[in-house]
Ligand binder design. Sequence first.
Ligand code: ZN
Length: 153
Amino acid sequence: MPDTTPYLPAALAEFDVDEIDAGFFDACLEHRLSIQRCQTCSTFQHPPREACSTCRSFDLAWQQIPGTGTIYTYTIAHHPIGPVRDYVPYTVIAVDLDGTGGARLVSNLVDPPEAVQIGAAVEVVWDEMTSERTLPRFRLRDESSASSGSHVR
Ligand SMILES: [Zn+2]
């Protein structure tokens, strides 16, 4: 994986973050994967919401998680349209996040598309798309030298 090539165009990082999402994106800027956890029933949830989707409590907090997981499902985008025309094929994955009891994050696998496999172990890498926006991507986890928190570029 090259250190200097963005996984997807920086233009895709130009979106608004509201007060509910801010905890997630602020943690990403610090290279921490942090998701909402209900303080009433302990359920993790993602994407962030105003209330717990399990018990409807408003008592939610951000909890840092390991940044590892397994691929639940995936799709490979081949259609060269709009801002992604020079970036296909790219792989979209849903990751079962370790340490969350089943919360999932939709992201991308930075390895070549042919390497994707349901059930594969992955770890987060940080894509500093702009000075204001860092997004989590994932790479296949090398079980012999597992570490997390490295950079996409
Ligand atoms: Zn709850």
